[in-house]
Design a protein around this ligand. Structure first.
Ligand code: ZN
Ligand code: FE
Length: 256
């Protein structure tokens, strides 16, 4: 039995994602950024919405929870760490929990930092991770609620996933992220190539996501904190990985 994954644009730069377990016919939305595009895609596919799997409480990830629940009666699953902030939540999950969509098993990985309760949904059988605002292509989420150390440990957890893992992210920030990445690692040939590739994709009106863990390991400065070129660019040759991460994140916050 298989899993169909359908990613589409929502809001100005969010992604909506539907996952559909073909054996059971069950469908889940990974986050609910905007009602109309999610409804439209469900109708196109002829799917009904059985679940919403929420990654974190930000409005651009939960805005359609209540309207979709009102019409489909879907079950909303979200992070125990911030369950009081998830509209319509029915089931709170935390690190190591396994949830199912028909025959598909989905593991919960806690990835706090962007928010304190942020979770990632990892599907081992399909080698797919829904990381929302933890990792972006060549970037990462802003550290809004947690600490730099906390966010770095979350990224380290995700770095343990297999290289071939498909990484679905919450936002299409890739071209801007590439510009920052090149500013700290201009000598990275894989990064130069990825920058050209994503510009072409955007010119053609195509998404740059999902990405893969292998590609992010090769191009994402926030995952490459031990690279000598990055350490030298920051003037922090002897710092710990978490310190390098924190300095990169602060510089990105102020980067134009
Ligand atoms: Zn967010
Ligand atoms: Fe977001």
């Amino acid at each position: 039995m298989g899993l169909v994954i359908d990613q589409f644009d929502c809001r100005s730069d969010n992604f909506g994602v539907l996952i559909h377990d073909t054996g059971s016919g069950l469908t889940a939305a990974i986050d609910a950024p905007e009602e109309a595009p999610i409804r439209a895609r469900l109708a196109e596919r002829g799917w009904r919405l059985d679940h919403i799997f929420t990654t974190h409480h930000h409005i651009d990830h939960v805005e359609a929870n209540l309207p979709l629940k009102a019409s489909f009666g879907c079950t909303i699953t979200g992070p125990a760490g911030e369950s009081e902030k998830i509209p319509g939540i029915d089931r709170a999950v935390s690190e190591g929990d396994t949830i199912t969509l028909g025959g598909t098993e989905i593991e919960v990985i806690e990835t706090p930092g962007h928010t304190l309760g942020h979770i990632t949904f990892w599907i081992p059988s399909a080698k797919v991770a829904f990381v929302a605002d933890t990792i972006f292509s060549m970037g990462c989420g802003r550290v809004l609620e947690g600490t730099m150390e906390m966010m770095w440990s979350s990224l380290e957890k995700l770095l343990a996933l297999p290289d071939e893992t498909a990484i679905y992210c919450g936002h299409e920030y890739t071209v801007a992220n590439a510009k920052f990445a090149l500013s700290v690692e201009p000598g990275n040939a894989a990064l130069v190539k990825r920058d050209a590739d994503v510009k072409r994709l955007r010119q053609d009106g195509k998404p740059t996501l999902p990405t893969t863990m292998a590609l992010e390991k090769a191009t994402n400065p926030f995952l490459r904190v031990n690279e000598p070129e990055i350490r030298a660019a920051l003037g922090l040759e002897k710092a710990t990985p978490a310190e390098i991460f924190g300095e990169l994140r602060r510089r990105k916050d102020n980067f134009r």
